[in-house]
Design a protein around this ligand. Sequence first.
Ligand SMILES: [Zn+2]
Ligand SMILES: [Zn+2]
Length: 354
Amino acid sequence: MESRSPVRTVNAYAAPSATEPLVPTTIERRDVGARDVLIEIRYAGICHSDIHTVRGDWGPITYPQVVGHEIVGVVAEIGPEVTKHAVGDRVGVGCMVNSCRECENCRAGMEQYCLKGNTGTYASTDRDGTITQGGYSTHVVVDEDFVLRVPENLDFSKVAPLLCAGITTYSPLNHWNAGPGKKVAVVGMGGLGHMAVKIAHAMGAEVTVLSRTLSKQDDGLKLGADHYYATADPKTFEDLASTFDLIVNTVSAVIDLDAYLGLLRLDGTLVNVGAPAQPLPVTVFTLFGNRRSFAGSGIGSIAETQEMLDFCAEHGIVPETELIEASYINEAYERVLSSDVRYRFVIDTATLAS
Ligand SMILES: [Zn+2]
Ligand SMILES: [Zn+2]
């Protein structure tokens, strides 16, 4: 009972090397296996990680490489053993497309923390030995267990960034119980930060944005922040000392960690979701005060990602986005690097079709 469709060649935008602009190309997608879903991609978000990856900032990769791990589309074909998705369903794919499924963390439903390393949606070695290719493409084939359902009431052209920026901020807010009576600070008002503000507000927390300047204050307050402070002003750190239950740091650069830890009240936690390439130095004495914790958090599990999508559907939350054509990707990268986007670029993959 062999009912597999053949490997197909699909349009994509790929990085030919670490130093060249992305170019239109074609790539091959594997045949639709028994438990695979073929997705016709409609929209793909641009994440800062895409840029770090293609430029080799996080280590050498194999070229050409297609990136993109904020993917939404429509199911075009399913394998014979697929039960979770049907042709025509609106679905999404985030940062991972597989894991070992056998280790302690996978068995606990925490496949993002797979002890053998989850299989990333791009630039990762797939189970067949090929390098995974991401969402700047017209189609992708993914195991059904790593495909999410996208609720109907979420604007399809805006929803894609929930698959990385959304879950990356939802997971720590959820884990550290952001909610009524909790004071949450969000450091940075970018792609991740603006999602953290919306989600923490919807969870019922009192939300404060800590941004370098007040240039995005109007946006922050509109998106759900209760307070907004400039971190360039040293007085901010005096006024807010020992205030927060939770601080979510979305900044991918070295910050004065001790200064931010000083803003935590008793048993407060500062969790990093930003990923600076350099170490963040911390003075242990700062942690002694108020029994503070410094933590990290990586994306979220598949189950939690579905929970996040359903939560956003219930609360009418979608990212703030700028829809672009594929030919604009390289310019969009420059704008992401100069923080000139409010707050996430989304590629209309129909512009890859010809
Ligand atoms: Zn990402
Ligand atoms: Zn595992």
